[in-house]
Ligand binder design. Sequence first.
Ligand code: ATP
Length: 328
Amino acid sequence: MGKAIKRIGVLTSGGDAPGMNAAIRAIVRTCSYHEIECMGIFRGFQGLLDGDFEVLGPRDVNYIINKGGTILKTARCKDFRNPEGRKLAYNNLKSAEIDALIVIGGDGSFTGAMVLSKEFDIPVMGIPGTIDNDIHGTSHTIGFDTALNTVVDAVDKIRDTASSHKRLFFVEVMGRDAGHIALNAGIGAGAEEILIPEENMGLERLLDSLKKSKKSGKSSSIVLVAEGERIGKNVFELGEYVEENLPEYEVRVSVLGHMQRGGAPSCFDRVLASRLSVKAVESLLEGKSNFMVGLLNDQVALTPLEQAVKGHSPIDKELLRVSDIITI
Ligand code: ATP
């Protein structure tokens, strides 16, 4: 076992996600519960390089469980990718007497934490915070559930206007490399088709499906498109292509964009963030390091960071079949 931990640093890094504040709150309060100190580090790894730290106590995190974004701010930091940058980061950690670090973010942030820990023997823990749900070792990342609810809410509204005008809407959602948002929100919002990076549906099948949909008497259609879908056309090109080939459709396009990252976290994300954070602090106090805390079979579970950053969580292909069946 390493030396006793008296002060834990916490930072949020990469893209922000709703529920990060609930995680920060739980980390600060778990530290206080175990009578150690928590140091907030601002703007991700950039704050480590700049020494942008502040001690946080339980009352500093009042009323943030319900807030989107991250009170610690987040950043992408180029200099942390260089050994000199990490040396400076480590020196700042030492000067501030921070004995261990919790990083809330995605796989890039975990890689950064891992490298730092290897080079300077400082204990680290990762907590998956990203709306994309693409991290190996957890069924849910913090922010995913909230993003799904946001997308479903938006698509429900689009459906109202689509059905009033008998239109076909292509709705683009986030997910450059992973289709979890499109697939789950697509089922939740009753999308007629879902295009995701993991599957190339092909233009012909898309046209066939839309023709069938029209024939079956539907008054509107929604196609949910993940940013990284594989057909190779962007959402506007897809819309134009379908309008050219299926003149019976009046097509509109909507890009949901950054609204998907914002908003108050869902109850699920608040509970998830709280559970993972308590475990992260307590694992560090038990002498563990270099793990990501995730949720597997509804149990909080540790996965070595090395594994977490290597694999991406696969989509559940059964969901595609479910969607095909229920949108007939
Ligand atoms: P998201 O999934 O939202 O993009 P992420 O954590 O994967 O989140 P990245 O931009 O990939 O986001 O990484 C965040 C930061 O982690 C980078 O700006 C950089 O400071 C650090 N980082 C990423 N990869 C490395 C690496 N190989 N070595 C050192 N630091 C890294």
